[in-house]
Ligand binder design. Structure first.
Ligand code: M6R
Length: 596
């Protein structure tokens, strides 16, 4: 979603710093971009489309300023036009604002400001902010007080950064939308996400809701909205700038798919003992019932996790976070687990907050240290996969499945399985994923079916979430129509769509009941002439009924699901690549969805 960068103390490098920061934030998804630099007056440039359009627009202009802000916009109020791109300015042109989030009372504010003679140039909710600052300045407030007075009028969620002509500082505030400061010698940064400024510093301060920052070359000051000083902690990020580069891969997604063995090792390190008999997590082991809340790919991980707990006899359910918040199920001593790569997804945060309000103990299962979820929940389980830049989740999903296995093992035990067997399978997982990556024929399968009318994915048990995830991955990066089903469900309606032009990917691992029944479903689609691609460990004879086989090493059924998913990630990647799609930045999508 929208991205913010700001800096003070970069002198002549201010514009470059802002453009570099915006480049680093591209992965969040955006449709326009802009910058504002403050000197005695403001220099502003903004363009719809890719960041290159902005770079071109500033190439033959001189933009000066010792402080500045930049923004990548993901449209909510009004289409992606130059006028709607941020920064937005007031009538005098002396105030520029970038904003992430949604100002809910903007229409009322806009009507009021328009009645006072303010002229609006965009359709956005954001534009009310510079006009509010302008009005406060006109009433005699100093610039910082004017920004505070403007913020006091806003309802909704926001991370904002403001520059004012003639002021050597950036003012910033956070309410329900992430904002982080970067601290370096002689320069200070602010951004919606650390990668924006990681190459300049690894020292960061995560702002809390209700905090206001004055950012200057020589440092920063954090207060609450009323101006009372707040104590902050300077954290050090534990990843390098190179971790957010492509390392020679054509796309971040392909790089991240290939990073999965390392991500899994990091996730498991120090948490499973050498003898394979125990798991240690810093999580309260006392769990009677569990509710998982999540969205998208993370919801698929939540479905998988709920099954693990149920197999140990513990009531567990996965909920789409946006539905949960509207219709909260009874909470009786439940642990409510928010599963979220970013830790910032607004829907999941809302569900967790509601659960907390009702007295539940909450746990964040996330990748991002210092994220809002990690800070708000009672406990945090980090999945430790390293930064994920591609919009499509890949290594984080695998790490979520591994981390949620650890959570189940350390709280309710191995369920239907033997502890040693599950731990051994988890320890083998990085190597097994590497074997899939080394031997995969997914590219060939992708080429065979790239022009199909549609794609179906089926699986049972632990492989049902894999089927859902296989379909989601394919549609989000290739734009092909794809649907995932519990294998038994296809015949209850969707079988009508199955033809010789709709390949069915059947995830069949092991040789148990789930496998046998799924093979029955495979025969049903085969009888309708649909091509079948079996994703299998070879334990059953599903290969006999398949046109193509994507093999995975034989292992425990829990970890087989992770391996099968890696094959489907690769199929999605190669179909999208064949179609020439912008794989890392699929249209309309954002990495971190910070609006409900
Ligand atoms: O950051 P989260 O895991 O909470 O994000 C939730 C979804 O937006 C996300 O999983 C999305 O579905 C994936 N990026 C799709 O690949």
């Amino acid at each position: 979603m929208c991205g913010i960068i700001g800096c003070a103390g970069r002198g002549d490098a201010t514009l470059d710093t802002l453009l570099t920061g915006l480049g680093n934030l591209e992965y969040r998804g955006y449709d326009s971009a802009g910058v504002a630099l403050a000197n005695e007056s403001l220099d502003v440039a903004k363009k719809s489309g890719e960041l290159d359009a902005l770079r071109e627009a500033v190439a033959d202009r001189t933009l000066h300023g010792s402080v500045g802000v930049g923004h990548t916009r993901w449209s909510t109020h009004g289409p992606p036009t130059d006028a709607n791109a941020h920064p937005h300015q007031d009538c005098t042109g002396d105030v520029a604002v970038v904003h992430n989030g949604i100002i809910e009372n903007y229409q009322q504010l806009r009507d009021e400001l328009a009645a006072d003679g303010h002229e609006f140039r965009s359709d956005t909710d954001t534009e009310v902010v510079p006009h509010l600052v302008e009005a406060a300045l006109a009433d005699g407030a100093d610039p910082e007080a004017a920004v505070r007075q403007a913020l006091a009028r806003l309802e909704g969620s926001y991370a904002v950064a403001v520059v004012v002509a003639g002021v050597d500082a950036v003012f910033a505030a956070r309410q329900d939308s992430p904002l982080v400061l970067g601290v370096a010698d002689g320069a200070t940064y602010l951004a919606s996400d650390v990668p924006a400024f990681r190459e300049y510093t690894d020292r960061v301060v995560y702002l809390e809701d209700g905090e206001f920052a004055r950012v200057e070359a020589g440092g920063f000051e954090v207060t609450d909205f009323e101006g009372n000083a707040r104590e902050v902690t300077v954290d050090t990020v534990d990843w390098d700038p190179e971790d957010t580069g492509k390392s020679g891969y054509d796309h971040f997604m392909l790089k991240e798919i290939h990073e999965q063995p390392r991500a899994l090792r990091q996730c498991l390190q120090g948490r499973v003992d050498e003898l394979g008999a125990d798991v240690s997590l810093e999580v309260d082991p006392d769990v009677d019932r569990v509710q998982f809340v999540a969205c998208g790919t993370s919801y698929h991980a939540a479905l998988y996790a709920a099954r693990l707990f149920r197999s140990a006899g513990v009531p567990a359910q996965a909920f789409l976070a946006h539905e949960y918040a509207l219709d909260v199920p009874p909470i009786e001593d439940d642990l409510v687990v928010g599963v979220s790569q970013s830790g910032e997804t607004a829907d999941t945060l809302a569900a967790l907050r509601e659960a907390r309000r009702r007295g539940a103990r909450t746990l964040a299962c996330t990748n991002v240290v210092g994220s809002t979820m990690a800070r708000e929940c009672d406990e945090t389980l980090y999945i430790r996969s390293g930064p994920e830049i591609g919009v499509a989740a890949s290594k984080t999903f695998s790490a979520q499945l591994a981390a949620l296995n650890l959570l189940a093992l350390s709280t309710v035990g191995p369920g239907d399985e033997q502890m040693r067997e599950v731990i051994a399978a988890l320890r083998d997982l990085p190597g097994d994923v590497q074997a899939v990556l080394d031997d995969t024929n997914a590219a060939e399968v992708a080429r065979e079916y790239v022009d199909s009318d549609g794609f179906f994915f089926i699986g049972r048990g632990a492989n049902f979430p894999v089927a859902l995830e296989g379909a989601l991955k394919l549609k989000e990066i290739s734009y092909a129509h794809a649907e995932g089903f519990a294998a038994g469900e296809l015949k209850h309606g969707t079988l009508a769509l199955v033809t010789e032009d709709t390949p069915v990917f059947a995830v069949v691992t092991g040789d148990g009941e789930a496998a046998r029944k799924t093979i029955g479903n495979v025969k049903e689609v085969e009888a309708r002439d649909a091509p079948v691609v079996a994703v299998t460990d070879g334990e059953s004879d599903v290969g006999r009924y398949a046109d193509h086989v994507l093999e995975v090493p034989a292992t425990n059924q829990r970890t087989a699901a992770v391996l099968a998913n890696v094959q489907l990630q690769l199929v999605a990647y190669h179909v999208a690549n064949e179609l020439g799609r912008p794989i890392d930045k699929p249209r309309n999508l954002a990495k971190s969805v910070t609006v409900e």
